[in-house]
Design a protein around this ligand. Structure first.
Ligand code: UD1
Length: 417
């Protein structure tokens, strides 16, 4: 198993081209199942989660070619409607294939992501919506068996929470449904807009993506197209945290600064100067950060839960007390115990974490248990005295392309062993 070794206190300097968005690539690849003809997807990040989606597409019978960041998918010969358990478990977001497979084949058989029974696993919003669209869904032996032999029907769907995955699943399913689907309280993330833009280029009729109400008029067929994935705003936020915690000036290239609208003010509050324009962003960090006061994670356009962990790590050596309130996922503080091993002073109570800035962190052997937690440990390692050895690198590789290579190019002392 690989580990990352980070020896802290090196100043960073230079430019990063921000990778394509993982959370856009995954649903978009699933949506290619709806199309006939060739899809050419550019700026697709080279990540294990993307590889997992390609394995699923190949298993279903799609032709898939990859050349660096360009992926070509031909879905003319989709021959299967099931996804075996081992493929489903490779990535949590495999559930977004559900709506696509039903829409394309009229049936689907998928195991639950993570193999749990339906109760504790929150895919209830996906299933409720698909049932409202006429799918018959049964839970048998850890599998979901779904039927819609006459196709799905448009429906008026009201989400009790603006779930990103459920919104994507419904949009995909609705494109080939009979009639019109309306999603009220839809998620508004930029990745939803990217998916809708891709599908509309294929011939879909999706209106209002990025707003709270999305309307989809079903069409009879979709044609493959060419599409460039948007930049990854969470990777951008992570590199900003790396610059912030080391008192550095770093330039990000290839970003959309409006996607970072809730993130930039938090860095500014902590004393960083930010200049952005023309797809670029410069962050100039002070010698020592000030506290971030209160960071509350919220659905977009609020502060993203995925950026919470790297920012919390940056707050560990800030001057003063920062408070984080995690409103989206309950289990997003699992890396905190590891930060405490490095000398961080953090107390959690339910969804609240209180971070009292320490004068210094110290390198230690730590273990990551999830993607953004792994990024947080790397951020902490960059400012810690001595060497931090981070286990669980495979989590990091689910979401960041060549993480240690990019940071080394900026001057960090980081290597994978
Ligand atoms: C997506 C992102 C993930 C991000 C999250 C929130 C991808 C591949 N992943 O995950 O990185 O952290 O959005 O921005 O795009 N929920 C239910 N029932 C459901 C679905 C969700 O209760 O059927 C709950 C979840 O438990 C969670 C909240 O809704 O508390 C948000 O989840 P959701 O927006 O669906 O996140 P994902 O799409 O899984």
């Amino acid at each position: 198993m690989s580990r990352l070794l980070v020896t802290g206190r090196e100043k960073l300097d230079g430019e990063v081209y921000v990778q394509g968005a993982k959370n856009s690539a995954l649903p978009l690849l699933a949506a290619t199942i709806l199309t006939k003809g060739e899809n050419i997807i550019f700026n697709c990040p080279e990540l294990s989660d993307v590889e997992a989606s390609l394995l699923i597409l190949r298993y279903l019978g799609c032709g898939v070619k990859r050349s660096g960041k360009t992926i070509i998918v031909k879905s003319d010969n989709v021959s299967r409607f099931d996804i075996p358990d081992d493929l489903m478990r490779k990535t949590r977001s495999s559930i977004v294939f559900l709506g696509a497979i039903i829409a394309r084949t009229g049936k689907a058989k998928l195991s639950f992501p993570g193999g749990c029974e339906i109760g504790p696993r929150p895919i209830d919003l996906h299933l409720k919506a698909l049932r409202e669209m006429g799918a018959i869904i049964e839970e048998k032996h850890g599998y979901l068996e779904c039927f819609a032999p006459k196709g799905l029907n448009g429906a008026k769907i009201v989400l009790s929470f603006p779930s990103v995955g459920a919104t994507e699943d419904i949009i995909i399913a609705a494109c080939l449904a009979n009639g019109t689907t309306t999603i009220t309280n839809a998620a508004r993330e930029p990745e939803i807009c990217d998916l809708a833009e891709y599908l509309n280029k294929c011939g879909a009729k999706i209106y209002g993506a990025g707003e709270g109400v999305v309307v989809i008029d079903g069409v009879t067929a979709l044609e493959g197209t060419q599409h460039t994935i948007i930049p990854d705003r969470i990777a951008a936020a992570t590199f900003m945290a790396c610059a912030a915690v080391t008192g550095s000036h770093v330039t990000l290239d290839g970003i959309v600064s409006s996607h970072l609208a809730s993130i930039i003010p938090i860095f500014e509050e902590s004393g960083c100067k930010i200049k952005s324009g023309g797809g670029r962003l410069d962050i100039f960090a002070p010698k020592r950060l000030k506290s971030m006061r209160i960071v509350r994670t919220m659905p977009y356009p609020g502060f993203p839960t995925d950026a919470q962990a790297p920012l919390l790590a940056a707050a560990c050596t800030a001057q003063g007390t920062s408070i984080f309130v995690e409103n989206i996922f309950e289990n997003r503080y699992r890396h905190i115990g590891e930060l405490v091993r490095m000398g961080a002073n953090i107390k959690t109570e339910g969804k609240v974490a209180v971070v009292e800035g320490a004068d210094a962190l110290y390198g230690a052997a730590v273990e990551a248990t999830d993607l953004r937690g792994a990024a947080a440990l790397a951020v902490a390692g960059l400012c810690a005295e001595g060497t931090t050895s981070i286990g669980g690198v495979q989590f990091l590789e689910r979401g960041y392309e060549d993480f240690e290579v990019v940071l080394s190019s900026l001057g960090a002392d980081i290597k994978k062993i």
